[in-house]
Design a protein. Sequence first.
Length: 203
Amino acid sequence: MDSTSYADPATSRNDVTSKLPAFAQGCDWIGFAAVTGSAESSTCRQDPVAIAATRAENPNDNPVVEERVRAHRSTEVVPRAVKLFDCPAEGEGSDVLGALRYVVKQLSAQRQPDKAHQIMVFSDLINNRGDLNINQLDLSEAAREQKIKELRDARLLPDLTGYVVVVHGFLREKTSSPDRFPLLEGFWREAFEAAGATSVDLL
């Protein structure tokens, strides 16, 4: 959840309220992270939501019980997510990579190899903090490859091995020159794939 300038337009908040409920219904567990100016060390957090019924809650694997528990807990997801839009800036700029690293750390402790894993990102992906400033990035093919290698070698890319990544709001404000749009899309696709993502949608 991007709490920087991306959070200002009403469209961004509508994306969350319209798209997150259906996403949550297909999840057993959901973690959250806020994109701030210092995302990984941010004090603005929301507790994760365990959506699936536990063995104690549903010892006989009753589908009616499972559905009832899921329906109740799913209602907690959107309110927690929307609260992250109101996080303080915590410094200038947007630390998108830091937020992704933080949420992946949460998810890694919950991963079950036999189940699908997906990250839904509500952000324009204008990372302009630390070692990645999208606004000043050389987007030639060779430079993109070199930057991604630098980020990976420095362990600044999140470990997205096996994850499906869906981004809502990509370049929503489009502050860059129009000719950079497809190059920025190329950079992020390549970065997510280098981090191990199995598929990437930038919407």
